[in-house]
Design a protein around this ligand. Structure first.
Ligand code: KG4
Ligand code: ZN
Length: 343
């Protein structure tokens, strides 16, 4: 069973070919970074136009690299949401057109479900497991109990953690996307120089909040010279990252306790989403998992950030259960995981 996957929900145009034996036969990603960097963030209109320009070529490239003929595909999967609507429309229409022309199943994949199921592609995990999804648009702790069966333990009440990284980067004069830049800068910084707050730490639920932390960083930066020195910049970055790590650890511990209470035993703890490529946070969360008796699982960074292999894989998971979508499926800018059903 070979499936073509298409991802266009944000600023990565991607196509991939994956099979049910968990082989990634091709996985091509075109980042639109250069087009968005001058604007300090993703511009939806620019993103949609760029997807339109590049997607057909990327699909052809993925099929060529995989050495697979369109007739050999068992289905065509594309992100159906949540995401920037213009991009989602481009990807879905492309997938629908290919599916219609070949008379093959079309699969509208929930982008969050694709992040949630990636660890089954990379590590062959069995259900259930605990997932920490940390990206530019999302910050959630989820019990993954089956395809289409997700229970959200907590989410952010304001900003996503990747968004906080991006905003802090801007405050200290680092380029978009801020996450990798902040991580690099923090390597040389003193994490104890600024006593930033640890929002939500100690609360009994599993929710997150990052806007207060971001505001605290803004105040600290306002108290520094307008032109930050390299030292000041890395001290802010390191102090901010230390606060984020402590919050994620604390929230993860709450979720692990709830998971054990509900499922009777620890399980794998999976981290996914763009922020999951942060080495410092990975190490801290891995240690937190060991303390909680959970096995830490982190897909390789290239499969944590947005990609189409995860879309193709989610398509395979759904196709195996006969969960094919109608060509009339409408793109969903908002599509919470709890609204998924395995039929
Ligand atoms: O999953 P992703 O590629 O796209 C979304 O679905 O949002 O995540 C992108 C986000 C951006 O906010 C970016 O700054 C953040 O992930 N990110 C990082 C790192 N690499 C990417 N944040 C912290 N440390 C990193 N190394
Ligand atoms: Zn994503």
């Amino acid at each position: 069973m070979i499936v073509l996957g298409i991802e266009t929900s944000c600023d990565e145009t991607a196509a991939a070919v994956v099979d049910a034996e968990r082989r990634i036969r091709a996985n091509v990603v075109l980042s639109q970074l250069d087009e968005h960097t001058p604007h300090g963030g993703v511009v939806p209109e620019i993103a949609a136009r760029a997807h339109l320009e590049h997607l057909d070529g990327l699909v052809r490239q993925a099929m060529r690299e995989a050495g697979v003929d369109f007739r050999d595909l068992a289905g065509i999967a594309a992100t159906g949401g949540p995401g920037l609507i213009g991009g989602v429309i481009v990807g879905m229409m492309t997938a629908k057109a290919i599916a219609a022309a070949l008379d093959k199943p079309f699969l509208a994949v929930n982008h969050l479900e694709a992040h949630a199921l990636t660890a089954r592609l990379t590590d062959d995990l069995a259900f259930p497991y605990l997932l920490l999804l940390v990206s530019g648009g999302h910050c959630q702790l989820v019990a993954v109990e089956g395809v289409g069966r997700y229970r959200r333990y907590g989410t952010t009440v304001d900003d996503a953690v990747g968004e906080a990284f991006d905003k802090v980067a801007k405050l200290i004069g680092l380029d978009y996307p801020g996450g990798p830049a902040v991580e690099r800068s923090a390597l040389r910084g003193d994490p104890r120089r600024f006593a930033f707050p640890r929002p939500m730490k100690g609360r009994p639920d599993c929710d997150f909040s990052f806007s207060g932390l971001k505001t605290a960083v803004r105040h600290a930066v306002a108290g520094l010279p307008a032109e930050l020195s390299e030292r000041e910049r890395s001290d802010v970055a390191a102090s901010f990252q230390a606060a984020v790590a402590e919050v994620l650890e604390d929230r993860a511990h709450r979720a692990m306790a709830r998971f054990v209470a509900e499922h009777g035993a620890p399980a794998p703890f999976v981290i996914s989403g763009g922020v999951a490529s942060n080495k410092f946070l990975r190490e801290r969360l891995a240690a937190a998992c060991t303390r909680g008796g959970f096995r830490f699982v982190a897909p390789p960074p290239a499969l944590c950030t947005d990609n189409a292999a995860m879309i193709a894989w989610a398509g395979i998971e759904r196709l195996r259960l006969g969960l094919v979508d109608d060509l009339a499926f409408a793109p969903r800018p908002r599509w919470p995981l709890e609204e998924m059903r395995a039929g």
